[in-house]
Design a binder for this molecule. Structure first.
Ligand code: ATP
Length: 276
């Protein structure tokens, strides 16, 4: 199996920050949903991926549907245990249990594609935001409420949004709530898995700008996963191109997506002709 093409930045570029999360040779094999005598009963969703993300940088992951992007995201946030390989948090190997999982759960959060399913339909927004603070035993009820008030302002929602159920607000507003929830525990890294794909076209840019503004304001690391290459190129410092579970090319977004070296990246870009 060939190693991914790694495109290095120009020598004048600033050194990358130390990684918060580092994946080393990570493999994930799922049991196939439709295994039968004639179909393989295993899916090698992630097949030997190395990946890093640190504070203050945006790393994009692009690739066609089914190439393993979401599975990789789930590994980064501790929702999926790798079949083999290592996950390091600030240089320390994680063991995917107890304290290690809680540490990762605080430091790395996730925004999923569809806020309608990510949020609890029966809980008002205030409770959804207070909940992670309670679970981690952070602050008093009063300070939790203060934090939650700050969070809704941070994501551009009025304070009145605290008392509504998810179905009483628009899709864009729900995604703002999901982003606020992802920020509750002051993470180092947010993994955004197709965060605008389920939204109306008219609000996609607003939610995207909110994410990138928050990343700058809070100095977060952002992993931005999408099959929309132009958006990934617009927001990312670095990019990893995935095909069939592997990273086939990685490096600065402008270099990889402006002048691709790998044949697969070229094919992917050819489907977005305005970028070439
Ligand atoms: N829980 C699971 N059980 C079985 N197979 C799975 C599971 N999750 C993902 N897969 C399979 O693993 C492969 C990678 O899926 P994954 O969702 O990670 O890809 P993706 O690039 O995020 O796709 P999409 O953009 O469509 O979400 C696919 O073949 C998928 O069907």
């Amino acid at each position: 199996m060939s190693a991914p093409t790694t495109r290095t930045p120009a020598p004048a570029a600033a050194a990358a920050p130390p990684p918060v999360i580092e994946l080393r040779d990570v493999h994930v094999v799922h049991r196939a949903r439709t295994g039968s005598l004639f179909r393989p009963d295993k899916v090698h969703a992630v097949a030997g991926v190395d990946f890093t993300v640190g504070r203050g940088e945006t790393v994009g992951i692009v690739g066609e549907s089914g190439c393993g992007k979401s599975t990789l995201a789930r590994v980064m946030v501790g929702l999926q245990r790798p079949t083999s390989g290592e996950v390091l948090f600030r240089g320390e190997r994680l063991r995917h249990r107890g304290r290690d999982r809680r540490t990762l759960g605080r430091a790395v959060s996730v925004v999923f594609q569809d806020p309608a399913t990510a949020l609890n339909p029966r809980m008002v927004v205030r409770e959804q935001l207070v909940d992670p603070l309670r679970v981690h035993g952070i602050g008093s009820e009063r300070s939790r409420l203060e934090r939650v008030r700050e969070l809704v302002s941070l994501v551009g929602l009025p304070q009145s949004a605290l008392e509504v159920l998810p179905r009483q607000i628009s899709g864009g507003q729900r995604q703002r709530v999901a982003i606020a929830r992802a920020l509750t525990l002051e993470p180092d890294v947010v993994v955004a898995d197709e965060p605008t794909s389920a939204l109306d076209v008219s609000v996609r840019a607003q939610v995207l700008n909110l994410l990138t503004d928050l990343k700058d304001e809070l100095g977060l690391g952002l992993v931005f996963i999408s099959h929309d290459i132009s958006t990934v190129r617009y927001v990312s410092d670095r990019v990893a191109v995935m095909n069939a579970g592997r990273v086939v090319e990685t490096g600065p977004a402008d270099v990889v997506l402006g002048n691709p070296a790998d044949p697969y990246t070229r094919t992917l870009l050819a489907a977005t002709p305005s970028l070439l």
